[in-house]
Design a protein around this ligand. Structure first.
Ligand code: ME8
Length: 652
């Protein structure tokens, strides 16, 4: 099957930032995913280079528009390889074939009577490069650019957009997947409840020359949106190239909510007027904020993709962006959040699973994938096999629906399960008993096979990591040609395969020095103002006074109920009595199953400030010791107390 996926073409009045990186990584991931599913894929991105905004930016930079757009377009093109984004085609609206295509379409639509000349008086927003209706204004201002639009009376050409309103409503209603997620579909339908106005598609050359001249009246240039949207056709050789015939019927556009209206209203009506079918799907995502504030040059908080990649590595950046944003909703970027994902999800969960599994295969199976003895499969092995199957199905469905965060959650559920599987099957114990040799081989084979499946599903999201994993498993070539079809399970890892070198996938990272010294400075300032509480860290001896120790309220607590915290591999939610009932969230899910904890008595720090973990308020902490395991990882062991002790007994 063919797949055609596009990003918006970005304005060259600003340098690439986190928002551009996100949309383009999404489109790249989706194209890699469709390729992995066996499709032939065309992935296009590019730059939008005409219009007032660009002419103004060039003038401000003291440059002529042509030189200016060349320089910024190059910056965009240099960014994609850094992000491991591999478009098949990069279009620029200043390309000669694009200009020809726009003029050809204008001519056609004009000839058939869908473009007319008229005078228009209205309120014009330079930022939006369009006239705004009264209804769109908030307190008299453009809600996006926060400026009062200028009253302008002008003669211009108009596209009969209103003519296609009923058709468009019908099409959106009949095709639930046309605009997703649903909130944006509803937003468009609500907008279409009101009569649609025709679209002004020209600008007089007295006001703007940096645009494509109208083929039927050279006193005007084309409105930038009428020019820009057509890029999706030019790039695949409209009207008669072979690519066009294959790819247009399956076009999927990825955009953010800021440009919903041009894509969901102007574009389908333009296509209808040209006699073309509409695109197949429009995927609309939310906005990235930074530390919960709008990202903007004036606030100095613009995040540059190059700096992020230099600091964290390309796969961490790709993983973070896809995992952290629920597609369709806004998300907030912060350095703390990316560091937390790097250390918890990548270094700890995936990185540890990979290194401990491969280290054990190296140590106990002589660097070769051992055979799996199916007659020896136990309950925990079947659980792993079923989980892998569920992962493939859920992952495929979620990736197809552009719910990348959910696809990743499905993969991390299996990673969590495998980490627990290692602990419960303790290969290092099996290795001590020669009678358990085949069992040991089975456990190791299952671990190796699972890692192979994980590498395959991670390939579209983290291509470098997937390649490293496959190389270590001796499956480098197989990864290059792997096809994922959830109905046909992936072949198991062939036994006897020699392992390659085991690389570290993700290092644990410390908080940036800059940030740390900022914290230190603020602590000093707080101490100087007497606002910082004196805690153990303020005591230079490092020793606690007896009074400080006594301040800790340690109690015996009985665990009455335990359950996994949804969407978390590490957390269990415990109901304990000490003696009053309270909820405690503990990071022990990789060491204990909920069932084995019921009725157990543990040590509770009862006077900790409550903290919210995954939306659950935890009222205290249960104590556990870290037990180092032979493979270099750690297991948590709770401090259990004697069952005769009553809940609530004070420990001192
Ligand atoms: O609108 N969060 O170009 P543009 C997430 N040329 N995504 C963001 C973002 C943010 N904070 N900021 C920008 C244009 N984006 C037109 C498009 S298409 C025919 C013409 C991304 O440079 C997001 O994809 O302003 C958004 O839709 C796009 O950049 C706007 O890019």
């Amino acid at each position: 099957m063919p797949t055609y996926v596009t990003t918006p073409i970005y304005y060259v009045n600003a340098q690439p930032h986190l928002g551009h990186a996100y949309t383009t990584i999404i489109a790249d991931t989706y194209s890699r995913f469709r390729r992995l599913s066996g499709d032939s894929v065309r992935f296009q991105t590019g730059t939008d280079e005409h219009g007032e905004k660009i002419a103004e930016a060039a003038a401000k930079a003291g440059s002529n528009p042509r030189e200016y757009v060349d320089a910024i377009a190059a910056l965009f093109q240099q960014t994609w390889p850094l992000l491991n984004v591999q478009p098949d085609y990069v279009i620029r609206t200043t390309d000669a074939d694009h200009i020809k295509t726009v003029q050809r379409i204008l001519d056609q639509v004009h000839r058939q009577g869908d473009i007319y000349f008229s005078e228009y008086a209205g309120l014009y927003c330079r930022g939006c490069e369009r006239f705004l209706t009264d209804k769109e204004l908030v307190e008299g201002k453009c809600p996006d650019h926060l400026v009062e639009p200028e009253p302008i009376t002008e003669q211009n050409y108009f596209f009969r957009m209103s003519k296609y309103q009923d058709w468009l409503i019908e099409h959106i209603k009949k095709n639930p997947e046309f605009i997703t997620p649903e909130r944006y579909r509803n937003e468009v339908l609500a907008f279409l409840d009101e009569p649609l106005e025709d679209l002004c598609i020209s600008r007089p050359t007295s006001r703007l020359t940096w645009g494509i001249p109208l083929p039927f009246d050279n006193r005007f240039v084309t409105y930038v949106w009428f020019d820009a949207l057509i890029n999706y056709l030019t790039g695949i050789g409209y009207p008669d190239g072979p690519l066009f015939a294959d790819y247009w019927p399956v076009a999927e556009h990825v955009i953010a909510k800021d440009i919903l209206k041009p894509h969901a209203i102007y574009w389908p009506t333009m296509l209808k007027s040209m006699g073309l079918s509409p695109f197949k799907r429009l995927h609309v995502h939310g906005y990235w904020n930074v530390d919960s504030t709008k990202m903007s040059k004036s606030l100095g908080n613009v995040i540059r993709p190059r700096e992020l990649v230099e600091e964290y590595g390309v796969d961490t950046v790709r993983y973070f962006l896809l995992r952290e944003m629920s597609f369709g909703l806004d998300a907030s970027f912060s350095y703390d959040a990316i560091l937390a994902r790097q250390n918890a999800d990548l270094a700890n969960d995936l990185g540890n699973l990979f290194s401990r599994s491969l280290t054990m295969i190296g140590k106990y199976a002589d660097q070769h994938i051992p055979p799996l003895h199916s007659e020896l499969l136990q309950k925990s092995d079947h659980e792993v096999q079923e989980a892998l199957q569920t992962m493939a199905t859920t992952y495929t469905a979620e990736m197809n629906a552009f719910r990348f965060h959910r696809a990743l959650q499905a993969v991390w559920e299996v990673i969590g399960l495998l980490n627990r599987y290692i602990v419960t099957n303790a290969p290092w114990e099996l290795a001590k008993d020669p009678e358990q040799h085949q069992r040991l081989q089975t456990v190791l084979a299952l671990l190796g096979g699972s890692l192979w499946h994980i590498a395959v599903v991670l390939k579209p999201i983290m291509p470098e990591t997937a390649a490293k994993m496959a190389q270590a498993l001796g499956m480098e070539e197989a990864l290059a040609t792997a096809v994922l079809r959830p109905a046909t399970p992936l072949a198991p890892l062939p036994a006897g395969r020699g392992l390659g070198e085991v690389p570290q996938l993700f290092p644990r990272m410390e908080k940036k020095k800059k940030a740390a010294s900022k914290t230190a400075r603020s602590n000093q300032a707080q101490a100087a103002h007497g606002t910082k509480k004196t805690g153990p860290e303020a005591q230079h001896t490092g020793l606690l006074s007896f009074a400080q120790f006594q301040a800790l309220d340690l109690r015996v607590a009985q665990i009455n109920a335990a359950q996994r915290v949804k969407k978390s591999e590490r957390l269990l939610r415990l109901s304990v009595s000490a003696p009053e009932e309270r909820t405690v969230v503990a990071g022990i899910a990789q060491s204990y199953s909920p069932e084995e904890l019921i009725g157990k008595k543990v040590v509770l720090v009862a006077n900790l400030q409550p903290a919210k973990l995954m939306g659950i308020v935890s009222e205290g902490m249960v104590l556990a010791a870290k037990e180092p395991l032979e493979d270099g990882s750690e297991r948590l062991r709770l401090l259990f107390v004697d069952s005769v002790m009553s809940p609530g007994s004070k420990i001192s």
